[in-house]
Structure formats: C-alpha cells, structure tokens
Design a protein around this ligand. Structure first.
Ligand code: ADP
Ligand code: MG
Length: 439
C-alpha cells in the first residue's frame, strides 16, 4: 500500500479524551474513530489488525474442533424468556420493538440462540460432541464505556458453545478450549494467564478468565510467577488425546482474579519471591455450566437407550476487538505501537527518504514489488515529506520491520533494515534485505 494513497489519519497531538496509552495510540495512529460513546468505526489499518486477530482466533478454534457459524446480532425477546434471562439481564441489554410491536434486542451474548439451533438440529447422542462458534458484534450498554475498544458498548467477540452428553465430555470440551486459548493468545505475542474466575451471571461451576498483565487492567489479579513464563507454543497438542495433564500443568499453580482470591492459600502455596499481585485485562473467559440453559430450554438428545438426555454445555468468549487494546498495552514504547508480526497491519514499512530522486524512487519501487511478489505486506511511504516525519509515523504505526532507502546509502549499494521492537539497524544490499524479510 502506498502511504500517499492510504487512508491513515494520524494525529500529532494526544487526544484529550484518551486516558490510557492504548486508546491514545489507537486514535493517534489512525486505527479507529469513536462514533458515539463506546462505539467505534474501524479505519483501514485498524481493520487489518482486527482481521489478523480474527484469523488467528479462527485457526485455533478450527484446530480444536469447533465449527464456525454466524448468528444474527438482533434477537427476539422470546428466546430470552425461555431461559428466564430476559428480565434478569438488566439495563446492559439494548431492547427495542420492530414495526409489528415485537420485542427485540441487540444480542449481548448467544447462549439462548445457539441452544435453539442445537435443539432443532441435533437429535441423537451419536452426533455429539459439538462445538459451534461465531465471531460477531455484541452490544452491551455498559454504564461506563471507557478506555477505547477495551470497554466498548459495541464490540467484536468470538463466542463458542459446546454440547456434550455428560459432564466428562463437557470437561474434555472445556479442556480443548482451554488449550486453544493458550495457543491463540501466545500466537499474538501475549502472555495471557488462565485464572480461576467467578462464574457470574452466566452461572456454572468451572470457569477461567485469561488475563494479560497490565497496569491499566480493570481487575486485580494474583498468580504464581512461573505461569507468566510458561510457554505453550513449544508443546505438541493433540486435541484428540487427553488434555487434562496439560491443563493441570497450568491450573495447579495459583492464579485467581480478585473475586476468587484466597489470600491465605496464595501465601501458603506460593513462595514470597514468586508471588505476583498485579492488574490484568480479561481477554478471554471460559465457562462450564452444565445444564443451566439446556434444561430450561429443553435441549435434549436421544441417549444410548433412547431416553432423552439433557445436554451439558459450556461457553467460551474472546474479546476480539478488546485484544487490540490489550496488545498495545503490552507492546508499545514512547514512539508508538510495536505490533507483534503475526497481527501487524503491514509486516514491512518502506521509507523513501527522497521521493524526488529518481534513483531512490526506482530502488523503492523495485523493493516494493519484490516484497509483494513474495506475499509480504508493505506500507510504502512515498509521500513528499521530510524524513523525520516519516520515521515518526512509521514508529507510531508500529510496523515490525522498516526498510529505509536514502540517496547516500544507495550510492554505496546499501539500504537500512530496522527492527521496530529492538531498534536494531543493519545496512544491507537491497537484495539481501529482501531475502532476509522473505526467507
Ligand atoms: N464491553 C466490552 N468491550 C470489549 N470487550 C468486552 C466487553 N465485555 C466483554 N468483552 C470481552 O468479551 C469476553 C467475553 O465476555 P464475558 O466474559 O461474557 O463478559 P464479562 O466479563 O463482561 O462478563 C471478555 O473476556 C472480554 O474480553
Ligand atoms: Mg468475563
């Protein structure tokens, strides 16, 4: 993408409405714009990141055996009367009527709807287990929308729902999602720690929140330091096998959010120098809740002897849009965002330091074409601006690799390759730089 043509409205000044760094940087680097309280429009670069996050979420859900569907944002109140949650839900639910005076709502979550879909479509235990998910916008009329996309009113969520014949099956489903979540967040460059959590209004008896440690997090959290350093990506995961030992490895170390924290247990099980008391951002939340919805909504399958069995369920959420904020909180410096490669809007930023110099521009155009031919995404700064402004913008936008092309270097056959994260710069021949980035 040529920056001269791209819609990337960066801001020089810090917007006054933004209290935390991720919100400031998302506005300044032209990723989003607020349309009304807690409701955001996604601009081209922000939308690219959002889709990259979605792609990783989707790949890991699919690998864990979940199947993607797409349910509507608008739901009928009748569905929620079946589960007796319509009156219980409160003012966070956005309710309205259609022209026929039917009560409707903008879905804050989808347990009811998926239960109806399942009930209509699955008749026998032989069709179990099933796990269905979608990535869809939710609306919750939060009292205090704040911190940009971190606590919005409209936000993008991945929500999955599992259906099993018995509790043992439901725990296996829970474990598959548990491990898929560890992998999902790790692939985004995040250290997200599963912590025992309160089951809250969804109810149930087993729940973990996946928490990214950050000073600006909304929850107080407590955990064993070893959890911060644990790595899942180096491990082989067999979703067809028994995942309990792997899950136990993570859950045997102390980790709890404020609501579930037990100070005495924390102090007796974690040595003083390994205790982490910090703040955290909830990026995912998984629940096993048994037959809470299936019994009210009569979701049964024929069991092995033909008798109806009420299915065991769980639900599994990821805050897809919140993740942008969480990742920026975890990965930025004074100059701007530092995107992990897997989700960056572009992998390479190409800086033409002298666009009116034919040789420099020819070299840039060739590099641009060569990188794109190899499938690398490039943001090419071909604008007629002084170098300082280009350096500042590219650092702000946080592209992981920068290729800096100027007349002096080029005369010596060299361009500069800069790593956004480490700041490390090396001089290379253009072909060598291309090989390095595409090898
Ligand atoms: N208002 C919001 N804005 C952005 N993301 C949200 C919001 N509320 C929830 N999420 C994300 O969706 C995930 C699943 O939501 P859930 O656990 O049902 O919500 P809550 O924790 O508010 O009860 C959360 O882990 C979080 O990452
Ligand atoms: Mg939650």
């Amino acid at each position: 993408m040529r920056l001269s043509q791209y819609f990337l409205p960066t801001l020089k000044e810090n917007p006054s409405e933004a209290q935390i760094v991720s919100h400031r940087l998302m506005l300044r680097s032209g990723l989003v714009r607020q349309m009304s309280a807690g409701i955001y429009a996604w601009l081209p670069a922000g939308y690219r990141v959002l889709r990259n996050i979605e792609r990783i979420v989707r790949e890991e859900q699919d690998a864990a055996g979940a199947q993607e569907v797409l349910m509507p944002t608008i739901q009928s109140a009748d569905l929620w009367r079946e589960s007796e949650r319509y009156d219980a839900y409160g003012p966070e639910m956005l309710r309205f009527k259609d022209r026929h005076d039917r009560e409707m709502l903008y879905g804050p979550t989808n347990e009811e709807m998926i239960t109806v879909i399942f009930r209509d479509g699955v008749k026998s235990y032989k069709e179990l287990p099933k796990n269905l998910y979608h990535i869809q916008w939710k609306f919750r009329d939060e009292v205090r929308p704040r911190f940009g996309v971190m606590r919005g009113r409209e936000f993008l969520m991945k929500d999955a729902y599992s259906f099993d014949l018995d509790k043992a099956g439901a725990i296996r489903a829970y474990n598959r999602m548990f491990v898929a979540y560890l992998r999902t967040f790790a692939r985004m460059g995040l250290k997200a720690i599963p912590m025992r959590a309160d089951t809250g209004p969804i109810g149930g008896d087993l729940s973990h929140e996946f928490i990214v440690l950050a000073d600006t997090g909304e929850s107080a959290v407590f955990c064993h330091k070893d959890l911060v350093d644990k790595d899942i990506l180096g491990r082989t995961v067999d979703y067809g096998g028994d995942l309990q030992p792997l899950v136990d490895e993570w859950t045997s170390l102390y980790a709890a959010t404020d609501d579930m924290h037990d100070a005495a247990a924390f102090e007796s099980t974690v040595p003083a120098e390994r205790r982490v008391a910090a703040r955290g951002i909830e990026v995912g939340h998984i629940f096993y809740f048994g037959t809470k919805y299936s019994s009210k909504m009569n979701a049964t399958v024929a069991g092995p002897n033909g008798e109806p069995v009420t299915v065991e369920m769980g639900s599994y959420g990821i805050g897809v849009s919140r993740l942008l904020g969480a990742i920026i909180e975890a990965s930025h410096d004074a100059a701007g965002i530092i995107w992990p490669e897997a989700i960056a809007p572009f992998r390479v930023g190409l800086l033409n330091l002298k666009p009116d110099d034919g040789t420099v521009t020819k070299a840039c155009v060739d590099i641009y074409a060569a990188l794109q031919a190899k499938g690398t995404t490039v943001l090419y700064d071909d604008r007629d601006l002084r170098p300082g402004a280009k350096f500042a913008d590219m650092d702000l936008v946080g592209v992981p690799w920068q290729l800096i092309v100027g007349p002096k270097g080029l005369a010596a056959g060299k361009i500069e390759l800069k790593n956004r994260k480490t700041g490390e710069r090396v001089e290379l021949a253009p072909e060598a730089a291309i090989a390095r980035l595409t090898g």
